[in-house]
Design a protein around this ligand. Structure first.
Ligand SMILES: O=C(O)CCC(=O)C(=O)O
Length: 352
């Protein structure tokens, strides 16, 4: 299963690679779930260099950096800071050579978090590698259709890889951290953005950055690539559901029980056509819809999207009272989708 997307590109056995990588990989929910944690993957110098680069970026641009969805979303760091790690992950066959092309940097103060989301299905392909620094974090995964909840500890200095089911059919969220934490999310993005450190798809590589930004903004204005969870703050309040009561809100989401990648894609394509008709975009993205259709079909053939219906575990997490990105910058508790502004790549904000 972990090889689904790799099948399109090269016959690499990710599972085998992950299991032989040094230090040993952990697959907390089994080999077919698509979550692989590599504890202590980052060496001392890499941790120091990446942390310094993130802090440097933050300090130089602090006045423009706004809290976003419970944590700070930072501008990219210099690509050479992460090159050695990307090279090693490729040598260890955790990711395909040349596959990752985009970075997103997150900074968490004590109490910060990221709400439940699925990374944008249109913009990003399968297989993410996340570098985790500072405080260990608890990640919660919630099945989109039946609310099944899973929890896993992400240790400091690890790299974790998300692909297959963990990427596609579970929401993931970072629970409030106890002390400062940073993460660098490496993904393959089909369009150029400020976070790109390698070329994007040949079909759109020549598009000027301002046009690519406008295209991303248009896509996200229609929630293209974002599983549409029809709840808002008022709905949460009315149902007395806290921001981390993921099982309870998924339980209420009847439409999501029938959700599928292909249905999502059909609807996204229809929304894209509307953008074209209204002349908001004039870039032909038919190639991307065709490519995703093939990938999603393959995934749906191999993955049982509908996990067995089990009574979801109730979660009772509360926000910390410590000042956090959420409380210092005006993002209200329970505010699920504050827009980050141009360049943000958070799918739940309609941009990552
Ligand atoms: O910080 C992490 O480990 C996860 C980050 C994440 O989910 C995101 O940026 O979309």
């Amino acid at each position: 299963m972990l090889n689904l997307i790799r099948k399109f590109v090269a016959p690499v056995s990710a599972k085998a690679a992950a299991l032989t990588a040094r230090p040993p990989a952990i697959q907390p929910f089994g080999p077919d779930f698509g979550l692989t944690i590599l504890p202590d993957y980052l060496n001392y110098d890499e941790r120091k260099d990446i942390k310094e680069a993130i802090l440097d970026t933050y300090l130089r641009q602090a006045s423009t950096i706004k809290p976003s969805d419970g944590r700070f979303h930072l501008p990219p760091i210099a690509p050479f800071t992460i090159t050695s790690v990307v090279d090693r992950m490729e040598r260890d066959q955790l990711v395909l050579p040349g596959w990752l092309n985009n970075q997103t940097v997150n900074m968490f103060l004590a109490g910060d978090f990221i709400r439940a989301h699925v990374d944008n299905l249109f913009l990003y392909d399968d297989t993410f590698a996340i570098l985790s620094l500072g405080s260990p974090a608890t990640m919660k995964l919630v099945h989109l259709q039946n609310g099944e909840e899973l929890e896993v500890l992400i240790p400091e200095g690890c790299v974790y890889v998300m692909e297959g089911p963990s990427r596609y059919i579970y929401l993931h969220m970072v629970m409030p951290v106890e002390s400062p934490r940073m993460s660098v999310v490496l993904r393959r993005c089909c369009l150029r953005s400020s976070g790109n450190f390698r070329d994007v798809s040949p079909e759109v590589n020549g598009i000027l950055p301002y046009r690519a930004n406008a295209l991303v903004a248009a896509l996200l204005s229609k929630s293209i690539g974002v599983p549409r969870i029809p709840i808002d703050d008022e709905w949460l309040e009315a149902h007395k559901i806290g921001p981390f009561d993921t099982a309870r809100f998924v339980e209420q989401l009847r439409p999501m029980r029938d959700w599928s990648l292909l249905k999502q894609l059909d609807e996204d394509e229809q929304r894209y056509r509307e953008l074209v008709q209204m002349k908001y975009v004039n870039i032909d993205m038919a190639w991307r819809f065709a490519e995703l259709r093939k990938q999603f079909k393959l995934i749906e053939e191999e993955v049982t999207l509908k996990a067995p219906v089990r009574p979801p575990k109730q979660s009772a997490s509360r926000l910390s009272s410590v000042p956090t990105a959420a409380t210092t910058g005006g993002v209200a508790e329970g505010d699920r989708t504050p827009p980050c502004g141009p360049g943000c790549e958070h799918p739940q904000h309609n941009s990552h």
